[in-house]
Structures are given as structure tokens and as C-alpha cells.
Write a protein that binds this ligand. Structure first.
Ligand SMILES: CC/C=C\C/C=C\C/C=C\CC/C=C/CC(=O)SCCNC(=O)CCNC(=O)[C@H](O)C(C)(C)COP(=O)(O)OP(=O)(O)OC[C@H]1O[C@@H](n2cnc3c(N)ncnc32)[C@H](O)[C@@H]1OP(=O)(O)O
Length: 279
């Protein structure tokens, strides 16, 4: 059976649907043999904050899927109430410049990979998804979000500025006007509010419901020529991708320079203290 060729993990039984499984510490990937759908699960408790290691593993997993014949990939989280808390603030707070550079480069690379995958992508947003979490979901082609959570680019609330490609990711999904209102105020939308403005495409009762709806989304392409689909995706996303590719170094220098500003560090300090006090 062709599917056997995908078996990597010895712990996987032959008759299971999970015929391909590749689990690193922070990212689990499984491909359902019957549906051909891959599920990429971030698993970095307590909040899936995106640090260098998680981003590196995620990018590797997404790239790896590019060489497999899959129908699509779902990005989701192993955590009960959080999709991703966004960038790990500790990567930005009192950073060592070399680590900060590697960290930001890994975020740029992960976004470039996810934004340009040859396979269709769905974010099954099974929990809160602020800032970088929202960015990851915006890079997918379709977003399904479980009720009663929050999503948005809330950078200004931390005293930081969403870079141009974060803004472009948002503007490519919702209107310019709504993006301006949301980003300048650092707005986090509740699930139903996000649906109203088109930030997400569907709501779901729970994670299983979101995964089932993702499967239905992929079925839309059953009767579509995959090359035509991919070239159309490239046509629609190419300009945004090229802009980051062309300005990657400039963007990195800005990020590192920005982090070195005392006012930015002060803002992050205050935000971190507030997060801790919450408990
Ligand atoms: C002129 C300039 C031009 C251009 C600009 C150039 C560059 C731009 C520069 C910078 C851009 C950088 C972009 C950043 C985007 C981001 O993603 S920033 C991160 C934003 N994230 C957030 O604001 C989320 C914060 N977290 C929460 O709101 C809640 O934690 C959450 C709702 C996710 C979950 O709530 P709950 O379940 O109640 O958990 P806790 O709040 O109790 O958290 C548990 C522990 O996790 C720690 N934590 C939470 N979020 C983060 C995080 N993002 N990073 C690191 N750590 C986090 C939290 O402190 C708790 O830790 P503790 O247990 O107390 O040790």
C-alpha cells in the first residue's frame, strides 16, 4: 500500500488513520491516510507562545509537507483554550541581539512558508489567538474559530508596532478601514465579532467541529485543477510575499533596532508585569 510508505513512527498501528506521524517536541504532524489531510499541532504549553524553537520546528514541518501529496493542512493547537499567545514576549524583553535576529528571521521564514504553501491551509483556531497567533492564522487560506475566544493584532496595546507584512496580512483579509480601526487600537475581536468583519470565515462549537469544517473546506477543491489553484493563490499572494522577501533585511534591522529602544523595553516590562499580576 502506498500509504505504508508514509509510516514513520513505529508506535503507529497499521489500521489507524494516522498513517504518517512526525512529532517533535513542540510540533506534531499527522496525516490522515483516508482523507489525505495533514494536521499540524502546536504544543508548547502553557500558551503556545512563539519562540525561536517553536517557529523553527513549525517552519520545518510546513516545508516538509510541501514534498508530500496531501489534500491540505490544518494548523491548530494542543491546548484547550489557546491557539497561540503570539510571539514569546521573553524573546523581545531584554534580548541578546544575536538571538533576537535569529528569532525574527525564523518568524519571517515561517510566515513566508505558510503564506505560500502549495497545499491549501486552514487555521482551526481552538482558543485565543492574539498578535502573532492571529498572524499565523491570517497566513492560512481559511480560518475556523471556536466560539468565545479572542483574535486580533493587538501590538499597539504592548507599545509595539505591527510590521508592514502583519498589516498586509490583515488588509488582505479584511478591509483597509477595518484594519486601520483594529490595528491602531490594538483591538481583539471575540469570535462572533471576527466573523462579522470577515477576519474568520466560520465559527465552530469546539475543536472537533472546527476540524470537520476544515475537511469540508478542502473538499471545495476536489473538482479544481491543483496547478490552476496554486497559480491562482500565487497570483493573489505573490506581491505581499515579494515585498517581505525584498525587505527582509530592512525589516530585521528595524525589529532589532526597535527592541533596543528603552521606551519599547519599558512598555514590554509593564505588559509582562500586568500579565503576571492577572493571576
Ligand atoms: C517605528 C517602528 C517600525 C517598525 C516596527 C518594527 C518592528 C516591530 C517590532 C515589534 C513587533 C513585534 C510583534 C509582536 C507580535 C506579538 O505576537 S507580541 C505578543 C502579544 N501577545 C499577547 O499580547 C498575549 C498575551 N497573553 C494573553 O493575553 C494571555 O496569556 C492569553 C489570553 C493568551 C492566555 O490567558 P491565560 O490562559 O489566562 O494564561 P495566562 O495569562 O495566565 O498566561 C500563562 C503564562 O504564560 C505567559 N504568557 C502569556 N502570553 C505570553 C507571551 N505572548 N509570551 C510569553 N509569555 C506569555 C504568562 O505571563 C503566564 O506566565 P506565568 O505562568 O505567570 O509565568
Amino acid at each position: 500500500m502506498a500509504s505504508r510508505m508514509f509510516i514513520r513512527s513505529k508506535s503507529i498501528a497499521f489500521n489507524t488513520l494516522r498513517t504518517y506521524s512526525s512529532s517533535t517536541k513542540l510540533v506534531d504532524v499527522s496525516i490522515n491516510d483516508k482523507t489525505g489531510i495533514a494536521t499540524v499541532t502546536m504544543q508548547r504549553p502553557p500558551v503556545n507562545s512563539l519562540n525561536l524553537e517553536l517557529l523553527t520546528e513549525l517552519n520545518g514541518a510546513l516545508q516538509d509537507l510541501g514534498s508530500k501529496k496531501i489534500k491540505g493542512a490544518i494548523l491548530t493547537s494542543s491546548l484547550k483554550t489557546i491557539f497561540s499567545a503570539g510571539l514569546d514576549i521573553l524573546e523581545m524583553y531584554k534580548p541578546k541581539p544575536e538571538r533576537a535576529s535569529a528569532f525574527w528571521t525564523s518568524l519571517q521564514d515561517t510566515w513566508l512558508t505558510l503564506y505560500s504553501t502549495p497545499y491549501p491551509t486552514v487555521a482551526a483556531i481552538n482558543g485565543h489567538s492574539p498578535a502573532g497567533g492571529c498572524l499565523l492564522s491570517l497566513a492560512c487560506e481559511y480560518r475556523i474559530m471556536v466560539n468565545n475566544y479572542t483574535i486580533g493584532l493587538n501590538e499597539t496595546k504592548l507599545g509595539i508596532v505591527a510590521p508592514f507584512w502583519f498589516v498586509a496580512s490583515m488588509k488582505n483579509v479584511i478591509s483597509h478601514r477595518e484594519s486601520e480601526l483594529a490595528l491602531t487600537s490594538g483591538r481583539l475581536y471575540k469570535t462572533d465579532e471576527a466573523l462579522k468583519v470577515g477576519l474568520i470565515d466560520e465559527t465552530a462549537e469546539n475543536k472537533d467541529d472546527a476540524l470537520a469544517k476544515a475537511e469540508k473546506f478542502f473538499a471545495r477543491f476536489d473538482a479544481v485543477n491543483p496547478i490552476a489553484r496554486l497559480l491562482t493563490k500565487q497570483e493573489l499572494r505573490g506581491e505581499t510575499i515579494k515585498e517581505l522577501e525584498d525587505r527582509k533585511q530592512e525589516d530585521l534591522d528595524r525589529f532589532v533596532g526597535f527592541l533596543m529602544l528603552p521606551a519599547v523595553q519599558k512598555g514590554l516590562d509593564v505588559y509582562l508585569q500586568a500579565l503576571k499580576k492577572k493571576q
